[in-house]
Design a binder for this molecule. Structure first.
Ligand code: 5GP
Ligand code: MN
Ligand code: MN
Length: 476
């Protein structure tokens, strides 16, 4: 990308002034090298988002941003319903409420080393993974409706996990305002047998050990210490979310003209928040959030069962669960005024700072854990939200390293088998139903996660707390 197009705000913030139909500026957070390496599409897409009705303050791209469907992945945009603001299915993404949860184990990494292959095999046997994978749970229609309303709380009521878990999940495990009636039969059908499954590709369950602490005080408050082991689960709302995204994108694209919306790109299909479609989408999207929360809760239960068998001393306690593909109604101060906004985060992690009322009491003093994946062969990171993040990005940060090349390009450059062997030689055990999937997810296909999180830190979006490195990765 030609960085001369931007106004340099700081070493890690770059602004495109409004031009043409842009209502607000587009701001990209990245260091100079990350920005230079970003594809032009990120600036184009962030600028297109800046043209949508009712957008507030700026259209943002996080340091891991890359080209996406309509909105960039790593895109953040907030809309005001009272100013004709819109909701966009493409601004949330297909895998509604895809997210990460991290569990503390109370184990030292040496305890894992002693049983590493057995643990890897047992997790692989216990966690359904792969394209179209199905689980042990089969939901009839009424149960599906209850799940779509109840989220992780529904799962806990059914014996998957503990009530204490709910404290540590966004929305306390249950997204309000879900409308199961707005979820189509086709979406329900796709989900009937998919609860408690990882799905494919980029989704994972990873056993990680903490190799560096940047902020001892916050790390202690999170329960993190060097040498300790954590488990991270990354997945979303499976077939149900994907079906909802597909259906509403189509419907919003057709209805846009009738709402008087001129789309700069058909992929930016959206509808006024106050319209019938807008409300129906919000209801369905929130139901899909509950589906993802329930899914990660069931997977947690399955992981606990495996650990109980292989490492009975383990005590898997939830640090936090945060989604990175959502549209959330939140209050933010803009131009000195406290306003209700519809904040779209697509491949961006919410990052509330210390004192935020939505945080559980145990975390309120320090801020929200921000859980960032790297790749199966590199580090991942845990950060904490900041208060200045509100002004900078409506409290949002990066969500991963971000892809540096397409899946297709990756399969031409790497072979799954060779990658698994190389990683095993480095003490990282990969178990996956798909070697092609492993090649698509080669660590080299991603940007340098250390650089991405450092840029997030330097920009003030979130602050570094700890680095973790993989020991076992169950890849979808
Ligand atoms: P996405 O939600 O966009 O699919 O992925 C989020 C991020 O997860 C990616 O940008 C990438 O950095 C990270 N990631 C993908 N695969 C793995 C993995 O196997 N292990 C870890 N730790 N991170 C991964
Ligand atoms: Mn996903
Ligand atoms: Mn994701």
């Amino acid at each position: 990308m030609d960085i001369n197009r931007f106004t340099k705000v700081s070493d890690t913030a770059w602004r495109l002034e409004p031009q043409g139909a842009m209502r607000v500026p587009a701001v990209i957070y990245a260091d100079e090298a990350l920005l230079a390496d970003m594809d032009d599409k990120v600036a184009e897409q962030a600028s297109n988002v800046a043209m949508l009705p009712g957008i507030v303050q700026a259209s943002y791209a996080m340091p891991d941003a890359h080209w996406g469907y309509g909105f960039p992945i790593g895109g953040v945009a907030a809309f005001d319903a009272e100013q004709g603001g819109v909701v966009s299915a493409g601004g949330v993404g297909f895998d509604v409420s895809c997210g990460v949860r991290t569990l503390l184990t109370g184990l030292d990494h040496r305890a894992i080393e002693a049983v590493q292959p057995r643990l890897a095999d047992a997790l692989f046997a216990g966690i359904p993974a792969g394209l179209g994978s199905t689980g042990q749970i089969h939901l009839r229609d009424q149960q599906m409706t209850d799940m779509l309303r109840g989220g992780a709380a529904w799962a806990v009521e059914r014996g998957f996990g503990q009530p204490e878990d709910l404290e540590r999940i966004e929305e306390r495990g249950q997204m309000a305002g879900a409308d199961p009636e707005a979820v189509s039969q086709q979406a329900r059908k796709r989900q009937r047998n998919e609860m408690g499954t990882l799905g494919s590709g980029n989704h994972y369950l990873e056993v990680q050990h903490i190799t560096r602490v940047f902020d001892p005080e916050v790390a202690a408050a999170f329960g993190l210490a060097e040498g300790q082991v954590v488990v991270s689960i990354h997945c979303g709302s499976r077939g149900l979310g994907h079906q909802i995204g597909t259906e509403f994108l189509r419907e919003m694209a057709i209805a846009a003209k009738g709402h008087g919306i001129e789309l700069p790109d058909r992929e930016l299909a959206c509808a006024p928040i106050h319209s019938e479609i807008g409300q129906r989408y919000l209801g369905a999207m929130r139901a899909a959030i509950n589906c993802a929360l329930a899914n990660r809760q069931i997977l947690t239960h399955l992981a606990r069962e495996v650990f109980a068998e292989v490492l009975p001393d383990a005590n898997l306690r939830l640090l936090y669960d945060v989604s990175h593909n959502t549209c959330k109604t939140e209050r933010h101060v803009v131009d000195g005024r406290d306003r209700e906004l519809y904040v779209h985060r697509k491949g961006a992690t919410r990052a509330f700072g210390p004192g935020h009322p939505d945080l559980p009491e145990a975390l309120r003093g320090v801020g929200q854990p921000v859980l960032i994946g790297g790749s199966m062969g590199t580090a991942s990171y845990i950060l904490v939200g900041t208060n200045e993040g509100e002004r900078l990005s409506f409290n949002s940060a990066c969500h991963g390293a971000g892809r540096a090349m397409s899946r297709h390009q990756a399969t031409r450059q790497w072979r799954g088998r060779a990658l698994v062997d190389e990683l095993a030689a480095r003490g990282i055990l990969i178990r996956s139903p798909s070697l092609r999937g492993v090649a698509e997810e080669a660590p080299g296909a991603y940007k340098d996660v250390s650089r991405v999180v450092q840029a997030s830190h330097d920009a003030g979006l979130a602050r570094l707390v700890a680095r973790v490195e993989p020991m076992v990765c169950i890849k979808g």
